[in-house]
Write a protein that binds this ligand. Structure first.
Ligand code: AMP
Length: 477
């Protein structure tokens, strides 16, 4: 077991770690920090939640000189959200040493970012499009840039940013130290690493998210008031051997348990307000197979590791992707295909999108009898978990895409990445929802799922991208 003190970090970094309360390095930190401190290029296969930000952030902080007002490290991120998150983390890690971290991202005024860059920050964290823009305006000078990090490279690929990433890499010094972090390693990312990393050390952490592959995952849009009825429908349709229904709070767990019981289902509840004896009784009944349906909170169900669980129902969208992975990891064990169904109220859509992004799949709509063929992790950067059979046709139609037009084009400085970035950001949709982007001199076109077209057009219209106010409307055939 390694400690941070074994990793040859300076006193100021150790103090910063004490400030944030990290006791021990996470596996990715343990593996990536030493080679990075040795000056080697690193490929890190890890995702959000693994502690990858500190894995590259701490070595950067070690080597950056706060007395030199030049950009010494550049971290490229696919999205504004990640950019902000990474910036905050690096500011924390570098605070004791007095390192200045500047965030640059699209959708915010470029002037204030230019002013911040003139202020002489040592570390720049930026989204791909905006970084390129600032380089082209000579506001971002990378001559002294010693470190380059590509964070969530597979996400950059999905969003269509890879060409721009290459252009940026080509503009940084050859002597730079490069690291690339990615949850998956599809061929274009490997090719990029081959071209731009020198003899890299590869480190990877097998995270819990890898284990959800054997689970068929579905989502079901619901309204708060008829969730209990929907649940009864789903359970009757799915006929699970054993199911765990996860609920966020103890009170809601009890309420749902009573409703199901009153509808004649053989169900038990498990939550922290029950006596230890009562909990043990329920656990034993469930483990012994006598109780087919368990309604539980996350905390109460911790440690339930049951190979006979065929179904997990998320009665509420889990609070975080990690909780989602942890919950659905209860099913589909040892070669059995489990099924996970997540109820989604409209206000929880964004939370589900975050989960989909985290685990790298699109969760299919639930329909009675719907099937999903799980695919191996590395086959594709992003897997659609699409139903191949269904009985009531409630799922998305692959072919239904709408063509939208933007009243701005390359002459206005609009680029493919800007447009895709704006749509994913403003409408909260996955990069894969955007297809066939075409930027002409004065206009641009893109295709989005028909079902979301009106909402996307609405959400994106009015957004500022590279100084252009976007207006999206349906293109005439
Ligand atoms: P990341 O994967 O970099 O987004 O980090 C995920 C979360 O883990 C963040 O909230 C970090 O602050 C936290 N974290 C990172 N490294 C450690 C550590 N060694 N100990 C405890 N928490 C950590």
């Amino acid at each position: 077991m390694t400690n941070f003190s074994d990793l040859r970090l300076s006193e100021s970094s150790m103090q910063a770690l004490t400030d944030v309360g990290y006791d021990k390095p996470s596996p990715i930190q343990e593996q990536a920090i030493p080679p990075m401190l040795d000056g080697l290029d690193v490929i890190g296969q890890a995702q959000t939640g693994s502690g990858k930000t500190a894995a590259f952030g701490l070595p950067i902080v070690e080597y950056v000189d706060p007395s030199v007002a030049e950009v010494q490290a550049l971290v490229l991120t696919p999205t504004r959200e990640l950019c902000i998150q990474v910036t905050q983390a690096l500011r924390t890690y570098g605070s004791r040493k007095g390192i200045d971290v500047v965030a640059v991202f699209g959708g915010a005024p470029i002037r204030s970012q230019q002013a911040q860059l003139r202020g002489g920050g040592q570390v720049v964290v930026g989204t791909v499009g905006r970084v390129l823009d600032l380089i082209q305006r000579a506001s971002l000078i990378l001559n002294s840039c010693r470190f380059v990090v590509l964070d969530e490279a597979d996400e950059m690929l999905d969003l269509g940013f890879l060409e721009d990433v290459e252009r940026i890499l080509a503009l940084t010094p050859n002597s730079r130290q490069t690291s690339l972090f990615s949850a998956t390693m599809p061929p274009p990312i490997r090719a990029l690493a081959d071209r731009y990393l020198y003899d890299p050390v590869t480190v990877s952490v097998q995270s819990a998210t890898m284990t959800v592959d054997s689970v068929e995952q579905f989502q079901l849009p619901v309204e708060a008031k008829d969730k209990a009825d929907k649940l009864v429908d789903v359970l009757r349709a799915e006929r699970p051997d054993q199911a765990i229904v996860f609920v966020r709070t103890k009170i809601a767990t009890d309420r749902l348990y009573k409703k199901l019981r009153d509808r004649g289902l053989n169900v038990k509840a498990l939550h922290g307000d029950m006596s230890q004896g009562a909990r043990d009784g329920v656990m034993l009944g469930f483990k012994g197979g006598r109780v087919p349906i368990l309604v539980a909170t996350d905390v109460a169900a911790r440690g339930l590791d049951i190979s006979t669980v065929t179904h997990v129902v998320n009665f509420d969208v889990p609070r975080s992707p990690d909780v989602y992975v942890h919950r659905i990891g209860r099913t589909g064990r040892v070669g059995r295909a489990g099924r996970a169904i997540t109820f989604v109220e409209s206000r929880q859509r964004r939370e589900l999108v975050a989960i989909e992004e985290h685990i790298g799949i699109t969760v299919s709509p639930w329909a009675q009898g719907a099937r999903v063929a799980p695919a191996p992790v590395e086959e594709r950067p992003r897997r659609h978990s699409k139903p191949s059979v269904s009985t009531n046709g409630a799922q998305a139609d692959e072919a239904a895409f709408a063509r939208l037009m933007a009243g701005a084009g390359s002459a206005d400085g609009l680029r493919v990445a800007d447009l895709v970035g704006a749509v994913t950001r403003e409408a909260g949709v996955d990069g894969e929802a955007v297809r066939d982007v075409l930027v002409l001199e004065r206009f641009a076109f893109l295709s989005v799922p028909e079902a979301d077209a009106a909402r996307i057009a609405d959400a994106v219209s009015g957004a500022q991208v590279s100084g252009v106010t976007l207006k999206l409307e349906r293109a005439r055939a």
